[in-house]
Design a protein around this ligand. Structure first.
Ligand SMILES: [Zn+2]
Length: 465
């Protein structure tokens, strides 16, 4: 029986879902700047959830939105002197490429806020009509004094809300903690017409509105980072209950923990944000995916380059262990470890520990049992979105190779030409007996899946003849 920790009840609950239809919504990125590691974690851990639900034969409809209009996007686009949509499109593509490299399942729908302006306006009209919203000089606001159940998700007190850093400070609100549903546009800002004046939607309303438009008034699982609980998810609840008081909005709220850097939360305000692409280029998507698997999704997870390297070598051991077998669910022990850990609030950390124990103890197994163990482990990792193969050079995106060779001043035309030039450069170091630099070059090219002849025996070997 699958149990998930519901942030609303603060309880580990046995989930009751309809096999034929499970609606999952994940708050996606605001496309103002390149994805950071935290975006990667959120995407991957909830990808484990969707894949596991698929494995349990639930029919999942998965939606992840893109916030493509927002104060910060406008600010950034003015800084760069481009339109908000140009910036949004560029950053969206970066996110999409990163999700793909991490091998995340493509959502059934990936709505953008600006594609749902009509629906958002209709939603705000309902809130105005139900007297949960009012119009002021700077926009349309949600009146939180009208919603008795405000802050039930976060467990905050209303008087503490004001001490939150993200509360807006417009002076023409009835109460400082009221939040914007529609913001009237200032000069040079993008705008859409509305019954109240031209402007743009606030951040929170898009999720309530897109959820209703795409999935309906009630969804099963709403996911996001735990930094979204307040105010974003509180406000989503306030909006959805204000518009449809008699409907259940979300059955289960799931929130992933944050990444820490030397014990400190990785965040813009701490100034210690790490960009996802830097690590996708240096390592690869599967290594990062494996790194995220090592922590249960709700726990905070410590990040360091050493931990990534450790993940890479553990993953390589796993690839080595399962290299000659086809994925098959043969070993009951492996399957029960998999299901029991995943059923316990997707405890991937426990699963890894238990599976590695089996691997470490496998030395004395007879051949057939050993084969079963290997093929079952491969099966389980396949379910969770791992290929467990060395990178196939033919599949490596040219883009990645171009980037890689650029670092060595090599213009990439094709793989043969580029590797040849690379080897010549490396030979140069060997000739002058700078073996350190030569070794570094050999190690670095391994990250794009190429191993040189005199290098290690892992990855793809390369013949220069
Ligand atoms: Zn959202």
């Amino acid at each position: 029986m699958l149990k998930l920790y519901n942030s609303f009840s603060n309880l580990l609950e046995e989930v009751e879902l309809n096999k034929k239809e499970v609606k999952v919504y994940l708050c996606g990125p605001t496309v103002q700047s390149s994805p950071h590691l935290g975006h990667g974690r959120s995407a991957v851990v909830f990808d484990f959830l969707v894949r596991y639900l698929n494995y349990l034969e639930y029919k999942v409809t998965f939606v992840r939105n893109i916030t493509d209009i927002d104060d910060k996007i406008i600010e950034k686009s003015l800084e760069e002197n481009i339109s908000y949509s140009e910036l949004g499109t560029r950053v969206s593509v970066e996110f999409q490429n990163a999700y793909e490299k991490l091998n995340c399942i493509k959502p059934d729908s990936e709505p953008k806020a600006t594609e749902f302006i009509d629906e958002i306006i209709k939603y705000i009209e309902i809130l105005v009509e139900n007297k949960f919203a009012y119009i002021s000089k700077s926009g349309v606001y949600y009146d939180i004094s009208k919603f008795d159940d405000y802050l039930l998700l976060s467990g905050r007190k209303k008087e503490d809300v004001l001490s939150g850093t993200r509360v807006e400070i417009e002076e023409d609100k009835n109460s400082p903690e009221d939040f914007a549903l529609w913001k009237f546009s200032k000069e040079n800002e993008p705008y859409w017409d509305s019954p109240w004046g031209s402007g743009r939607p606030g951040w929170h309303i898009e999720c309530s509105s897109m959820i209703e438009s795409i999935l309906g008034k009630t969804i099963d699982i709403h996911c996001g980072g735990n930094d979204l609980i307040f105010p974003h998810h509180e406000n989503e609840i306030a909006q959805s209950k204000g518009a449809y008081p008699n409907e259940v909005f979300v059955k289960y709220w799931l929130h992933n923990g944050m990444l820490n850097l030397s014990g400190k939360k990785m965040s813009k305000s701490e100034g210690n944000i790490k960009l996802l692409n830097d690590y996708l280029n240096e390592f690869n998507g599967q290594v990062l995916r494996f790194f995220f698997l090592r922590s249960q999704y709700r726990s905070p997870q410590e990040f360091s380059i050493e931990l990534l390297k450790e993940s890479e070598s553990t993953l390589n051991n796993l690839i080595e262990f399962t290299k000659d077998v086809n994925p098959k669910p043969k070993d009951k022990n492996v399957l029960s470890i998999f299901k029991e850990s995943m059923n316990e609030d997707l405890n991937t950390a426990k699963m890894l520990g238990d599976l590695f124990k089996l691997i470490n103890d496998s030395g004395s197994l007879e051949q057939e049992k050993l084969e079963d163990l290997k093929s079952s482990i491969k099966f389980v990792f396949n379910v969770l979105g791992f290929e467990l193969t060395k990178k196939d050079i033919n599949k490596t995106a040219d883009e990645e190779l171009i980037e890689f060779f650029k670092k060595y001043d090599i213009k990439f035309e094709n793989i043969n030409q580029a590797v040849k030039e690379f080897i010549t450069k490396r030979e140069g170091f060997r000739k002058i007996k700078d073996f350190d630099s030569a070794d570094k070059m050999r190690d670095s090219i391994l990250h794009v899946g190429i191993s040189l002849e005199d290098g290690t025996d892992s990855g793809w070997s390369w013949k220069t003849s």
